[in-house]
Design a protein around this ligand. Structure first.
Ligand code: FES
Length: 110
């Protein structure tokens, strides 16, 4: 089973698990501030679940790429939408500041 490191926690999930669901189930603060309430619930449209991932995950799908191509996100940033990402191996997750997690300032580390 893949190991996930996020916000100081270490836990496991099934191969292919949805990263947003796994993080929320673990109590990780995936959505910053008011985006905890105002988000698309995993449809891939709001962009507030953006994180940086090191490790084995599914390739970006068209929803992920499309939303991250729009401001305030940028495809030049090394981010992914957790709700559109399946965990395939051990990963480390970093969250950044801002309503959409778009800032360059780290909110929490693996
Ligand atoms: S929760 Fe809205 S894009 Fe992921």
């Amino acid at each position: 089973m893949p190991t996930i490191k996020a916000q100081g926690q270490v836990f496991e999930c099934a191969v292919g698990a949805n990263l947003r669901q796994v993080l929320l189930q673990q109590g990780i603060a995936l959505h910053n501030d008011r985006s905890q309430i105002i988000n698309c619930r995993g449809l891939g449209t709001c962009g507030t679940c953006a994180v940086q991932i090191e490790g084995a995950v599914s390739p970006p799908n068209w929803r992920d790429q499309t939303r991250r191509s729009l401001p305030p996100h940028s495809l030049a940033q090394n981010r992914r939408l957790a709700c559109q990402t399946q965990v395939l191996g051990d990963i480390e997750v970093t969250k950044f500041d801002g309503f959409w997690g778009q800032s360059d300032r780290q909110r929490w580390a693996p």
